[in-house]
Design a protein around this ligand. Structure first.
Ligand SMILES: Cc1cc2nc3c(=O)[nH]c(=O)nc-3n(C[C@H](O)[C@H](O)[C@H](O)COP(=O)(O)OP(=O)(O)OC[C@H]3O[C@@H](n4cnc5c(N)ncnc54)[C@H](O)[C@@H]3O)c2cc1C
Length: 455
């Protein structure tokens, strides 16, 4: 192999496979869910455990190379070019600890496996809208899901974690063992090392009342106007979001949705079905329904609520948080992204926050964006040549919603198109100062500079 000399010193040091930069298996190993991101790493290590992670980090730092970590590739921000990439996908262990109602998960596990294990024991993790996403990347970045308004960010439920830092040391971190790192990594994401294992708190939820309702594009003004007053009236044991869609004409989509502009309401309620149904009622009469599913569903089936894409696509993505979504904001959104506009985005989603998301957990962490009542997430399919039009649509929406834009963002939703200076908003200024101080002591050479980097 032409690249073997580059890897000298690493062969035989890991149990998992090592791929050189020109090896086609390397590209496959670290393919991004957003296929617009193509990476050119120096080496890829398919770690099978924490010893492999240590070896990879020690080897990389010995060569003066930075380190990136990747599980599923759902959250890539910038390509790990000329870096050593530690792929954690083989580290997908799950162990339920019934006594403490917690679950110990490996760094590469997807939510699907965590949910299935927890559900067999009458419990649920604070997972998100898609069970294909990796539990570690999601929870370290905060993590907002269907149960968050009732139980908080996923990061708030990280009881302890094991991390390999830039010096190649393995540290088991919790509130007592290392309070600074415990605070920083929960929200500071991949900036401090490679988390090899986490213990997560679970909640006693097995079913939800849920609804996924597609309305015609013509219904958009009325759906949005009703949503703006309805959502704030909901109790915290509910989740809601609304998305403006411009779907491609794909055979994989249900017939009534194919190639259509639509408005999509998503709702869940953790309580009695009759109560959940009654709360939903005002929204069901706001427009013409094209397709809907609603009723009691297993928590394990909750991917149906958001119906996130399951296959990789080239996309443009950005996000923001909103301080309010009142009448004026609705008007601004309709003008720039409504059915009469030439908005080219695949999806513009408004997700309701609030409730327990606003509260710091018993042991505070670095997650920002607790005060904003809504998050805004935009995504456009970006085949070569279409980038400019998509970007213009997204930026037009951001401009229109500027009066209601919060100073914070949620790190998980930043999207690959976020400018590096805007990544700073993922942490409150005082928190960022503290994060930088901790970074200086744990990673003085900025070995971990991929993902949503502090510096
Ligand atoms: C379809 C889809 C649905 C989503 N839904 C939600 C949602 O409902 N709520 C929400 O909050 N977010 C959501 N996200 C965002 C998602 O949580 C983040 O993108 C998350 O980072 C994905 O983690 P991953 O491991 O799957 O991705 P990866 O691309 O493998 O990792 C992304 C980043 O996570 C960090 N990371 C991963 N593993 C480790 C580790 N072991 N140690 C340290 N850092 C690590 C690194 O910074 C890495 O660059 C969604 C994303 C997609 C594509």
């Amino acid at each position: 192999m032409s690249n073997i000399s580059t890897l000298r010193g690493l062969e035989g040091q890991t149990q998992g496979p090592v791929f050189g930069p020109a090896d086609p298996a390397a590209a496959e190993e670290i393919a991004a869910f957003n296929t617009a991101i193509v990476q050119h790493p120096a080496a890829v290590i398919g770690a099978v455990g924490e010893d492999d992670v240590c070896s990879a980090i020690r080897w990389a730092t010995g060569q003066g190379l930075p380190v990136a970590v990747q599980a599923t590739g759902h959250g890539l921000y910038k390509p790990a070019d000329a870096a050593v990439v530690i792929s954690t996908r083989r580290m997908d262990s799950v162990e339920l600890l019934a006594e403490t109602q917690t679950i110990r998960v490996g760094a590469g596990v997807r939510w699907r496996k965590v949910i299935d294990t927890a559900q067999r024991n009458g419990l649920a993790p604070l997972s998100g809208s898609s069970s294909l996403v990796g539990a570690a990347g999601y929870a370290l970045g905060g993590g907002v899901g269907l149960l968050s308004r009732e139980f908080g960010f996923a990061a708030d439920r990280i009881v302890r974690f094991t991390i390999v830092t830039a010096d190649g040391e393995i540290r088991v971190v919790d509130a007592d063992a290392d309070p600074d790192l415990y605070w920083a990594v929960r929200g500071g994401k991949g900036n401090f090392g490679v988390v090899t294992e986490m213990e997560l708190g679970l909640v006693p939820v097995t079913t939800l009342f849920g609804a996924t309702v597609y309305f015609t594009a013509e219904s958009t003004p009325s759906v949005l106007r009703t949503y703006a007053t309805w959502a704030p009236s909901l109790p915290t044991n509910s989740s809601s979001s609304v998305a403006l869609l411009r779907l491609p004409d794909l055979e994989t989509l249900p017939g009534p949705l194919r190639g259509k502009r639509l408005v999509h309401l998503r709702y869940t309620f953790n309580g009695k079905a009759e109560h959940g149904e009654a709360l939903l009622r005002p929204m069901m009469t706001t427009g013409e329904i094209v397709l809907e599913r609603r009723g009691v569903m297993g928590f394990a089936d909750a991917d149906v609520i958001h119906q996130d894409p399951t296959t990789p696509l080239p996309v443009w993505e950005r996000s923001a948080q909103l301080t309010d979504f009142g009448e004026d904001a609705v008007d601004a959104l309709l003008e720039t992204a409504g059915p009469e506009s030439d908005c080219r985005l695949l999806k513009l989603e408004l997700r309701q926050l609030g409730g327990a998301l606003a509260d710091q957990p018993e042991f505070p962490n670095a997650v920002a964006g607790r005060d904003a009542p809504y998050s805004l997430f935009m995504i456009g399919i970006c085949p070569p040549g279409a980038q400019e039009a998509i970007q213009e649509s997204g930026e037009a929406a951001l401009r229109a919603l500027k009066p209601w834009t919060a100073p914070t963002t949620l790190v998980n939703f930043l999207g690959a198109a976020t400018r590096p200076e805007d990544v700073r908003a993922a942490w409150l200024p005082t928190d960022r100062d503290r994060l930088l101080r901790i970074k200086t002591t744990t990673d003085p050479d900025n070995v971990f500079r991929f993902g949503h980097a502090l510096v």
